[in-house]
Ligand binder design. Structure first.
Ligand SMILES: NC(=O)C1=CN([C@@H]2O[C@H](COP(=O)(O)OP(=O)(O)OC[C@H]3O[C@@H](n4cnc5c(N)ncnc54)[C@H](OP(=O)(O)O)[C@@H]3O)[C@@H](O)[C@H]2O)C=CC1
Ligand SMILES: O=C(CO)COP(=O)(O)O
Ligand SMILES: [Zn+2]
Length: 353
């Protein structure tokens, strides 16, 4: 008897383009959302986009509330839940980078409320996904969360953000190559659930971005357009898979461990990009695709070495040898890397000297 079932949750409206920030109120209206919005933001995005969006709501006769969070933690999720209750909010709007959007997504899941995603940086592929990712003690799991009802991605805002945020988004997409390699390996060795559609979409997204790398240049609004479309596509791959597997393998374990060992040293996307160079080497050896990944990162100005991440060699090696413990996700790292093997892969790929 056939007993499979799946439930793919995706946004109803995705609005991308020049100046669309001013469409947030219209998008809310189109979704028939009633009552008071709570804008969930972080310090810089508050000034860049949350306050202008709040002003648009006021002009439309709607009184919005705003809460600012500083970090991607469960305490921040709690802060937002309390603010939503205290302010009698009816729905949430995450305005910011990955931190603000993840926290809004997770709080709205807990509150059983709708949420909109308004990215201010093309820096991560959680813009559309129904996963939230925050550290939990010594571990980190991406948890099921509310997918956005709608996404409003203003390329003018995204293009004005610091360039390294956009290159971080590119690197988060380029890392899909190794994430899918790890996923296939885990399917073969551990029989983990695998989605051909999720994997194919994730790989195709990385392919299209790399093919369009010439259009990803500082000062070009078109860069924000190209990268944001890729970030959305990667998020849809995660929603199809019902897991972050299409976009998160050992290179993400490496980055999550760096977040613990050297908090705020580098952006999420940049860390996973460097991780991806090394895990591609572990998958394919000298003649694998690690050089293609390094060159693709280099071509869009993303870091390819520990020094460019602002990290010392020992921190990179510690992360490589311990990151398999951070979550129960089988990858090319297996039960962990030997220290000399870690030094060899990091040296051969030029990540450390
Ligand atoms: N759920 C998912 O599927 C995914 C989740 N993630 C998560 O997303 C996070 C990484 O996202 P990322 O965006 O790099 O992290 P942040 O949200 O921390 O943003 C990075 C930096 O950019 C700043 N910033 C954001 N927008 C602008 C702007 N327009 N102008 C100037 N500065 C700006 C932020 O300012 P400020 O400090 O003031 O906030 C912050 O300093 C991680 O927590 C990661 O785990 C990543 C991928 C997928
Ligand atoms: O960053 C992500 C995908 O790019 C989310 O993955 P995690 O499940 O590792 O948090
Ligand atoms: Zn990521």
């Amino acid at each position: 008897m056939f007993e499979k079932s799946t439930w793919i949750r995706l946004p109803r409206n995705v609005v991308v383009g020049h100046g669309v920030r001013s469409s947030v109120v219209e998008v809310v209206d189109e979704l028939h959302l009633q009552g008071r919005p709570l804008l969930v933001t972080s310090p810089t995005p508050r000034a860049v986009a949350a306050e202008p969006v709040a002003a648009d709501f006021e002009a439309a006769g709607i009184d919005p509330a705003i809460v600012t969070i500083e970090s991607a933690t469960f305490e921040s999720v709690e802060t937002v839940i309390e603010a939503a209750e205290a302010e009698a909010a009816s729905y949430l709007i995450g305005v910011g980078g990955g931190k603000a959007i993840d926290i809004a997504k997770m709080a709205s899941h807990h509150l059983d409320m709708g949420f909109l995603s308004v990215p201010t940086a093309a820096s991560h592929d959680g813009i559309v996904s129904n996963r939230g990712s925050v550290p939990d003690g010594d571990t980190r799991h991406s948890v099921a969360a509310e997918p956005p009802l709608a996404v409003v991605a203003d390329t003018e805002v995204l293009a004005e953000a610091p360039w390294e945020l956009t290159t971080a988004g590119c690197a988060d997409i380029i890392s899909n190559y190794t994430a899918v390699m790890d996923w296939r390996l885990a399917k073969r060795l551990k029989n983990v659930e695998f989605s051909e559609y999720g994997a194919a979409l994730s790989e195709m997204t990385a392919e299209i971005l790399v093919d369009n790398a010439d259009h990803v240049r500082p000062g070009l609004e078109e860069s924000a357009w190209v990268v944001t479309k890729a970030l959305m596509s990667s998020g849809v791959a995660m929603s199809i898979a019902g897991s972050s597997r299409p976009a998160s393998g050992a290179e993400h374990l490496f980055s999550h461990q760096l977040d613990r060992l050297a908090p705020e040293a580098a952006l999420h996307g940049h860390q996973v990009g460097v991780g991806s160079i090394m895990t591609a080497y572990l998958h394919g050896g000298e003649h694998g695709i690690w050089r293609d990944i390094r060159d693709a990162l280099d071509s869009i100005d993303a870091p390819t070495t520990a020094a460019e991440l602002g990290l010392d060699d020992e921190t990179v090696l510690e992360a490589l040898t311990t990151c398999h413990e951070i979550r129960d996700r089988y990858t090319i790292l297996g039960n962990g890397m030997d220290e000399r093997a870690a030094r060899e892969v990091a040296t051969k790929t030029g990540v450390i000297d």
